[in-house]
Design a binder for this molecule. Structure first.
Ligand SMILES: [Cu+2]
Length: 143
């Protein structure tokens, strides 16, 4: 390889590295906001249990498939109205661990009061530990 070709390869190498950096950054940026779709209909939310990790930011998309509903949590300071047949978006960051109730806060009929669910926010380290244990168990089982 002469000097000239080395220089060309170096340029290409730098271009490839830059491209990789851009690609991974783009992926991480997308990864950091998870989308969670929730459907509200007489008289339930689905899913009605939402698991998050502390510090995680998510985009909730809440759809009402029948009448006007609400998506509220006193503990998490969320108050959203979801008009009939519409979809609303709400970005939320889980700042504290625990189990928090959410419920419909727009009267929607006879079963309104039982229309609720929970958001479970877990500690990141705890989740990591659990995943590691699951992996260990899997590799144990393979043996
Ligand atoms: Cu309701």
């Amino acid at each position: 390889m002469n000097k000239h070709t080395t220089r060309i390869y170096r340029k290409e190498f730098i271009a490839v590295v830059m491209l990789l950096i851009i690609m991974t950054t783009a992926c991480y940026a997308e990864d950091s906001v998870r989308e969670i779709s929730i459907t509200a209909e007489k008289y339930q939310f689905s899913p009605d249990v939402i698991e998050l990790v502390k510090g995680e930011t998510v985009d909730f998309t809440i759809l009402s498939s029948d009448v006007n509903h609400g998506f509220c949590s006193k503990e998490l300071n969320i108050y959203l109205e979801v008009p009939a047949g519409e979809e609303i978006k709400y970005r939320f960051t889980a700042e504290k661990t625990g189990t928090f109730e959410f419920y419909c806060c727009v009267y929607c009929g006879i079963g309104h009061m039982k229309m609720k669910g929970k958001i479970i926010v877990r500690d990141a380290d705890e989740v990591k530990k659990e995943k590691r244990q699951e992996k260990d168990k899997e590799s144990e089982d393979k043996k």
